[in-house]
Design a protein around this ligand. Structure first.
Ligand SMILES: [Zn+2]
Length: 571
């Protein structure tokens, strides 16, 4: 048993004057636990990555971790005891970059696997649409999931929906439209691409339907359906069902929705005791055109940096500088023909003349900054801004982050390390490898999200999925980072694989560190919040391929089961 660790943990917490409450001790150490899970394989993810057989819980905390016999002796008459039957338990999983669970009222393309299936889904909706009604898809799909590994073309959409404007929303950076949509919003072959965006053309100069980054603003979608607290609650339950107990929301829960309203709904859920997920919520800046505007916007929110508690906390400010797969800002040109004879290197969505002053101001206002940066040139821009901020007021060890960081250049590592920058990394390559290879060339795609290098360079790396851009299943992510296997295109960059132990840390304790909560959660240790997952098989020993299909049989948050698989009997 490791009761002594608890005292050490408490002392460390008090010494560090952490903003969070020290572990609550509603009763004396001799009070029996409320619950004991025994006869299992408890992967604690403590400093030594030790394995135990049993764990005892009182209130919302772990109170003891150790051998089955020793822990069962501490049971009182009211202690509930659950035989794990040898099953493996891990700390609650955490996603460091998750917008929402996907889905929604648009055309659902998440399960289509070919261009024909995609067109059939659009055709079905067009068949029921009123004349002129816009047909919009959900954003949680990607062409890499399609047999053809390409986007649909404007002309194909015209064939299935000749009269209705069609806008396929693909991830967070691209729309694909048909001719009726181009007509509705006055987009022609001669319309100039706006700064920070791209209107796609065929070789003959005709529109191909693609609108990238700021070019999407040419299209005015019907307002997103109003969100409510119950819809959020349902999404949190979906996330619990794959073992997630904590998420960090990078600035837009609902794409295009009101971020303050969504945050107020999370507060409402928390107040009513309906939140089943710990949420770190980042605010987001969209308009970088003037520092005064940014200041006025932030003042209008009435939200303070780091306000909240272990259920819901404001985690900083999300910003961005470049595009996604089709617009990441690179030092080297894209692969041909996308490189356009060496001239296209991606999109600087926010120029440094606007980005840097905003970052400086956020630092002055006490906000930690998290920046979306995909390409190496984008990361250069971020490092320049963070260094400028650091010269005014130190950002060292305040865990400012780079979100994504697909393509890294070795000269960037010492600069990032000197600033104590943390990395929020996701498994985009798992789904989108063929697209990345198409845009950037196979060898550059194989370098995407270099986890091995990041860890070897000593960075704090927190794992996530970017759901709904990539599906939210954390076991898929861990599988990908361990094997570098992809859904449709085999292994990319095998030399960047990490161990199972590292992957588990990346999806647990490292995320807790990212949000300054490693004293509270991220491992199964006495004194920490009782967040855990009972697994369908042993993560540490199943054949590699089966990591992808691991399931959560039960998910616990704060000592309470928030999800139980029908096959799991909690006797
Ligand atoms: Zn994102």
């Amino acid at each position: 048993m490791k009761i002594d660790r608890r005292a050490a943990l408490l002392a460390a917490c008090l010494l560090a004057a952490c903003g969070t409450q020290p572990p609550s001790t509603p009763s004396s150490p001799s009070t029996p636990p409320d619950l004991i899970l025994y006869n299992g394989k408890i992967v604690t993810v403590d400093g030594e990555f030790s394995i135990a057989q049993a764990v005892a819980i009182r209130g919302d905390r772990f109170v003891a971790v150790g051998a089955t016999d020793a822990l069962r002796q501490s049971a009182g008459s009211a202690t509930r005891q659950i035989d794990l039957g040898g099953r493996t338990v891990i700390p609650g999983l955490m996603d460091g970059h998750l917008h929402n669970a996907g889905g929604g009222p648009g055309v659902d393309l998440s399960r289509v696997r070919s261009i024909d299936e995609l067109l059939a889904a659009v055709a079905a909706r067009a068949g029921n649409a009123a004349p002129g009604e816009a047909i919009v898809s959900n954003s949680d799909w990607h062409e890499a999931q399609l047999h053809e590994k390409r986007l649909p073309h404007l002309k194909e959409l015209d064939r299935v929906a000749p009269k209705n404007p069609v806008v396929l929303v693909r991830g967070g950076h691209e729309y694909i439209i048909n001719s009726a949509a181009a007509q509705r919003w006055n987009i022609t072959r001669s319309t100039n691409s706006p700064a920070g965006g791209e209107i796609g053309h065929d070789a003959d100069g005709e529109l191909n339907g693609e609108l990238v980054d700021t070019a999407r603003a040419l299209v005015h979608l019907p307002p997103a359906a109003p969100l409510n607290a119950s819809a959020i609650e349902r999404q949190l339950h979906l996330l619990n069902s794959v073992g997630l107990t904590s998420i960090r929301i990078p600035g837009s829960f609902q794409f295009g929705g009101d971020q303050v309203a969504a945050y107020r709904m999370f507060q409402e859920l928390k107040r009513d005791g309906r939140v089943t997920m710990r949420v770190n919520y980042l605010m987001r800046i969209f308009d970088f055109s003037s520092v005064d505007k940014v200041k006025a916007l932030i003042a209008s929110w009435n939200i303070k940096p780091d306000e909240g508690d272990e259920w819901l906390r404001i985690g900083g400010m999300k910003t961005l500088v470049d595009g996604g797969f089709e617009g990441g800002n690179m030092r080297e040109p894209y692969a041909e023909p996308y490189g356009r004879g060496g001239k296209f290197k991606g999109i600087e969505v926010v120029p440094r003349s606007q980005y840097i002053p905003v970052v400086l101001e956020l630092n002055r206002l006490g906000w930690r900054v998290a920046t979306h940066a995909v390409g190496d040139a984008a990361v250069d821009e971020v490092l320049d801004a963070y260094e400028a901020a650091d010269r005014e007021r130190s950002i060292k060890d305040r865990r400012w982050t780079i979100e994504h960081w697909f393509i890294a250049a070795p000269d960037q590592f010492p600069r990032a390390r000197a600033l104590g920058i943390a990395i929020s990394a996701q498994d985009h390559l798992y789904l989108a490898a063929p697209s990345m290879a198409k845009y950037w060339g196979r060898s550059r795609a194989a370098r995407v999200t270099p986890m091995r290098t990041f860890l070897d360079q000593g960075f704090l790396v927190a794992g996530g999925t970017d759901s709904p851009v990539i599906p939210y299943n954390p076991f898929w992510s861990m599988y990908h980072f361990i094997t570098r296997d992809t859904i449709s295109d085999g292994v990319y960059g095998a030399n960047q694989g990490i161990s199972r132990e590292e992957a588990l840390r990346v999806y647990t304790i490292n995320n807790a560190r990212l949000t300054f909560e490693d004293n509270l959660k991220g491992s199964i240790e006495p004194g920490k919040l009782a967040d855990l997952v009972v697994l369908s098989a042993d993560y540490l020993t199943v054949p590699e391929k089966q990591i992808e299909s691991l399931k959560a049989l039960a998910t616990m948050v704060g000592g309470r089961f928030v999800y139980t698989d029908p096959s799991m009997r909690l006797q």
